[in-house]
Design a protein around this ligand. Structure first.
Ligand code: G3H
Ligand code: 13P
Ligand code: ZN
Length: 330
């Protein structure tokens, strides 16, 4: 059993309490390689932001759980070496069952998500409760989920949202003992969050997606005042990145995300954790495609991964400073 405390990591609870009081959200950035981790740590140190490093089941398969844990441990040391130790949470994203949560807790994760959102309400409570009972013995925080997001996460794909039912949240939180709750109010995973026909056009002809269901969020806040809420599927899909990818040979079609003003509004509410993965993927891909197209003679991976890392860092700094409001909160 490796305790996250010995690795210099922190759990989510204390960070959420501060985020709630300060009306900002902690960034939860997914990572599965060295350059992403370097970009995250550099961005968080430069902005003095706390951070949640997220590992999905797919990331574990791709990079190996042990290597990822050592990378996260390295992130703590790297942050100190850069001159400012930011609070770092190592979190399992979309844990599908008890065993994956247990395995992560035993290998040094400080936080896990148990995603029972596809189960019946009663089964979701039962599974989530079991993970909470185990995790809390080790002071590991647990995120549960109610409501289903459209889109793809690992092998599970849902075409339609099922918005979170405000009448269920109080009972769910009480019966499971979770530390935070992911909800569904209109976000979804991936870079194609809306179909063009769901959007309207502004005066410049830019597609404007339907707004998030802030009415549902408000109802939820009334039922569980002061309880930390999590927003998944919160990438904005910056259109300049999509254009760069497509300019240099990519084929992204109808890529539409959540407007940043809406995420800013959410971050100032009970939403304490905002998950961003796809925007990082877009920033990296745009930079790599551009570098390869402009410098076809290069074959040293550092020549294109380096600029990709720099582009990622700038994206994360922008999210922290201009969207989530977590700069200077470390
Ligand atoms: O929730 C989904 C995250 O973006 C993780 O994606 O399962 O492809 O690693 P992944
Ligand atoms: P995006 O696909 O919108 O980045 O969402 C990521 C996410 O929710 C990870 O759990
Ligand atoms: Zn998610």
């Amino acid at each position: 059993m490796i305790s996250y405390k010995d690795l210099g990591l922190v759990n989510g609870k204390e960070l959420f309490a501060k985020a709630m009081a300060g009306r900002y959200a902690i960034p939860a950035f997914n990572f599965n390689n060295l350059e992403q981790l370097q970009a995250i740590v550099q961005a968080c140190v430069e902005t003095k932001s706390p951070v949640i490093l997220q590992v999905s089941a797919g990331a574990r398969k791709y990079a190996n759980q042990t290597l990822l844990r050592f990378l996260a441990q390295g992130a703590v040391e790297y942050s100190k070496e850069l001159g400012f130790k930011v609070p770092i949470v190592l979190h399992l994203d979309h844990g599908a069952d008890f065993d994956i949560c247990k395995s992560c807790i035993e290998s040094g994760f400080s936080s896990v998500m148990i995603d029972g959102s596809h189960l019946s309400y009663e089964e979701n409570i039962k599974l989530t409760r079991k993970v909470v009972e185990y995790a809390h013995k080790y002071d590991v925080s647990v995120e549960g989920e109610l409501g289903v997001l459209a889109g793809v996460e690992d092998d599970v794909s849902h075409e339609h949202h099922t918005y979170t039912e405000p009448d269920e949240v109080e009972d769910f939180v009480k019966k499971t003992g979770v530390d935070s709750l992911a909800i569904s109010i209109g976000t979804s995973h991936g870079a194609n969050k809306f179909k063009p026909e769901q959007c309207t056009r502004d005066a410049n002809g830019i597609l404007v997606p339907p707004p998030l269901r802030f009415d549902i969020l408000e109802e939820i806040e009334k039922r569980i005042p002061g309880f930390p809420i999590v927003l998944h599927g919160a990438s904005s899909v910056p259109q300049d990145l999509v254009a760069t990818i497509n300019k240099y040979g990519g084929a992204l079609k109808d890529a539409i995300g959540i407007p940043e003003e809406q995420l800013r509004k959410a971050a100032a509410s009970a939403v304490c954790k905002i998950n961003i993965d796809s925007d990082g993927r877009l920033a990296m891909t745009a930079a790599i495609r551009e570098q390869l197209a402009l410098h076809p003679e290069e074959f040293d991976p550092r020549k294109y991964l380096g600029p990709a890392r720099d582009a990622l860092k700038e994206l994360y700094k922008h999210k922290i400073t201009d969207v989530l409001g977590s700069a200077e909160k470390a």
